[in-house]
Ligand binder design. Structure first.
Ligand code: GLY
Length: 254
C-alpha cells in the first residue's frame, strides 16, 4: 500500500514512565526528541505529509500512536488498548482521525486490541493474539473488517510485545521476520527474510513508498535487505526501544 500521510505524536518528558520489559535503562528525553524529529524528517523525505500532535504528559506511551488505531483504505478503527494505562490514549487520537476519516469504528470491552498486533499484507489483516490483544478484540476487528469487504485472521504471539515486533511486510510478497514466525504455516506463501537472533528488534521495519525504514545499528539485517534488493533507510530509535517501542509504533500511515 502506498501512503501519502502520517500522524505522529511528540514524546513527552513522561516517556521514562512508559511500560517496558526491556532492560536497557531509562530513555533520555532530549535524545528521544531528536530521534523523533529525525524520524518525522525521514517520513517527509519519503513523501508523506506528516501531522504532528503535541506530547501528552498523562500518557507516557502516547507517542506510540500506532497502537491506538488501525487505518484501512475504508475506515479508521480506534482500538481498546490492552494495557490499562494506555486506554485513555484513544480519546486523544479520536478527533484527528475523525478529521481524516468519514468512517470511524471502535473496538470495545470486553475485547482488547493494540494495532501493533495487526499486520496488513496486500489487503489481508493478520491479528496477533498477545498479552495486549484478546481473542474477543480480534473477533470484533474481524467483524468490522468484513463490513468493509476485508478479511482478518488470527495468529498467536508467544514472544515479543506485539505481532509487528516480530514481523513486517516489505512488499514484493516478502516478509522480514524473526525465527518464530518464519516457519509459521500461515506465512509460508511469502518469501521470508529471517532476522538474525541478535537483531530481533530490527524485525519491526516500515515499508514507506518503496523504501524500507529500519532501526539504526542492525548491520546484518541491513546487509540482508540490501542483498535482497531493498533500498534501506536507517533511523535511530534507541530511546524508544528502551520502552518497548518499535519503529512502526511511532506513526500511523495512510
Ligand atoms: N511502551 C509501549 C507499550 O508497552 O505499549
Amino acid at each position: 500500500m502506498n501512503f501519502t500521510k502520517a500522524i505522529v505524536r511528540k514524546p513527552s518528558p513522561s516517556l521514562e514512565k512508559g511500560l517496558t520489559t526491556a532492560k536497557l535503562g531509562l530513555p533520555v528525553f532530549e535524545k528521544a526528541v531528536r530521534q523523533h524529529s529525525k524520524y518525522v524528517q525521514t517520513l517527509k523525505r519519503l513523501g508523506l505529509e506528516v501531522t504532528e500532535l503535541e506530547a501528552s504528559d498523562p500518557f507516557p506511551d502516547a507517542t506510540f500512536v500506532e497502537d491506538v488505531a488501525l487505518l484501512t483504505p475504508h475506515c479508521a478503527i480506534i482500538t481498546n488498548p490492552g494495557a490499562p494505562s494506555r486506554k485513555g490514549e484513544t480519546k486523544l487520537i479520536e478527533p484527528i482521525l475523525k478529521s481524516f476519516f468519514e468512517n470511524v469504528e471502535y473496538i470495545s470491552e470486553p475485547g482488547t486490541l493494540d494495532a501493533g498486533d495487526v499486520i496488513e499484507i496486500e489487503g489481508e489483516y493478520f491479528i496477533g493474539i498477545s498479552e495486549r490483544t484478546s481473542a474477543k478484540g480480534a473477533q470484533q476487528l474481524i467483524l468490522i473488517l468484513h463490513q468493509y469487504g476485508l478479511q482478518g485472521y488470527t495468529v498467536p504471539v508467544q514472544d515479543g510485545l506485539h505481532l509487528k515486533s516480530s514481523i513486517s511486510y516489505l512488499g514484493n510478497n516478502t516478509l522480514l521476520a524473526t525465527a518464530d514466525f518464519s516457519n509459521h504455516p500461515i506465512f509460508q506463501k511469502y518469501n521470508i527474510i529471517e532476522v538474525n537472533e541478535e537483531e530481533t528488534y530490527a524485525a519491526n521495519a516500515l515499508l514507506i513508498n518503496g523504501k524500507v525504514m529500519v532501526p539504526r545499528g542492525f548491520y546484518h539485517t541491513v546487509d540482508q535487505l540490501e542483498h535482497a534488493g531493498f533500498e534501506v533507510e536507517e533511523v535511530a530509535v534507541s530511546e524508544f526501544e528502551k520502552v518497548d517501542g518499535g519503529l512502526s509504533c511511532l506513526s500511523l500511515r495512510f
